[in-house]
Unconditional design. Structure first.
Length: 370
């Protein structure tokens, strides 16, 4: 079993009391917290985006903390946090929890320490492997917690905003795919990365959640290990259960049935590993509003309908599956994107006009679509 964080234990106790008090009232669970309703951007964000999110009562924001951008040389104390500070600042101003994933290996680590043959633009995909590289990653993760965690230096620098420390740290992204983990997916290799990150985080903030990198199922891909199979292999690595607190599926599907079927696969693996009580962060799920070209292009109304179905499904299963957050991909459409349906996956158009999907989202959160 995963180690229990203080706030998780308290949450379990509270939910047990609530279940006793509401027994026989019906199937509706306690209302999900604001942070349950999250978004993932595919475009750059500015203060107007965060203000709009605040008005819509977006509760959590999943963004990347890019190691290669912040820590560009092997010199000590040279981290440049200017790519992250503005987002943390605006999120705090608008009551949005940051739930970042740490990703992107610097060239001086991938090529210099691990000896991978990679260009600057590709080195970010090579996860740290050697002891020296893992130590460098551990140091960087520790620096991030020191800056943005409880009593972090960022909050000292910005007393003008409510302190909202980052308490959820996701380690890498889609590590079951060659698209994000080079030279090829390796549960054993990832377990070492995870252990290094966990040691850095846990020593500074024992109550923080360490979350696995998001895993899509990717059935049939020759460049990936199926997400549920990868999770099973990861559980097979000795001691790995001590290095994380939550699983993070990316259950993309054109229907709610296909989404829920993937979740059942992950739940089955967790149960077999004796870890069915672990938390779950659904750090990506979504569909496009375009028509044709992909089963995940659902049309304007279809996107909104699927969004509502997905959030209602996870809200209903929230206590049973210990679901902490569900993050919609994406916040806004993009003129260019990484997949055939992704460009129209936003809650907003490229001109920031609310789609029916954003109106469906805010109906759930109680916010304003603008």
């Amino acid at each position: 079993m995963l180690r229990q964080k203080a706030h998780t234990v308290l949450a379990v106790i509270a939910l047990a009391i609530l279940a006793t008090l509401t027994a026989g009232v019906g199937t509706s669970a306690a209302k999900a917290p604001a942070s349950f309703y999250g978004v993932v951007p595919q475009t750059s964000l500015d203060s107007s985006d965060l203000e709009r999110m605040g008005e819509g009562k977006v509760g959590s924001l999943r963004t990347v903390i890019t190691w290669a951008v912040i820590d560009q040389t092997s010199a000590a104390d040279d981290n440049d946090w200017s790519s992250v500070d503005p987002l943390v600042l605006e999120a705090a101003r608008n009551g949005i929890d940051m739930q970042p994933f740490i990703f992107g290996t610097p060239k001086w680590v991938a090529k210099g320490l691990d000896g991978f043959s990679c260009t600057t633009s590709k080195c970010g995909l090579y996860a740290p492997k050697s002891k020296a590289a893992l130590d460098a990653f551990k140091a960087f993760v520790g620096d991030a917690v020191d800056r943005y965690g409880p009593n972090g230096e960022f909050w000292t620098l910005h007393p003008e905003v409510p302190e909202d420390p980052i308490r959820v740290w996701q380690i890498l992204n889609e590590q079951n795919s060659e698209s994000f983990y080079q030279p090829k997916p390796s549960p054993k290799g990832y377990a070492k990365v995870l252990a290094a990150a966990n040691e850095a985080i846990d020593s500074r903030d024992p109550a923080a959640d360490v979350v696995l990198g998001g895993m899509p199922e990717l059935a049939g891909s020759h460049k990936a290990i199926r997400g549920s199979e990868y999770l099973e292999q990861l559980y097979g690595v000795s001691g790995v259960e001590d290095s994380f607190d939550a699983v993070a599926p990316h259950p993309y599907g054109a229907t709610i049935g296909k989404v829920s079927a993937q979740i059942e696969l992950y739940r089955k693996v967790m149960k077999s590993a004796g870890d069915s009580g672990a938390a779950m962060y659904v750090t990506e799920v979504g569909a496009g509003s375009a028509s044709g070209g992909s089963s995940l292009n659902r049309g304007t109304q279809g996107q909104a309908t699927l969004l509502s179905q997905i959030y209602k499904y996870f809200a209903k299963q929230r206590n049973k599956f210990n679901v902490e957050a569900v993050d919609w991909f994406s916040w806004m459409d993009s003129k260019s994107s990484i997949c055939s349906w992704c460009s129209s996956s936003g809650l907003l158009t490229t001109k920031a006009k609310a789609k029916p999907s954003f109106k469906a989202f805010t109906k759930l959160t109680g916010g304003s679509a603008g």
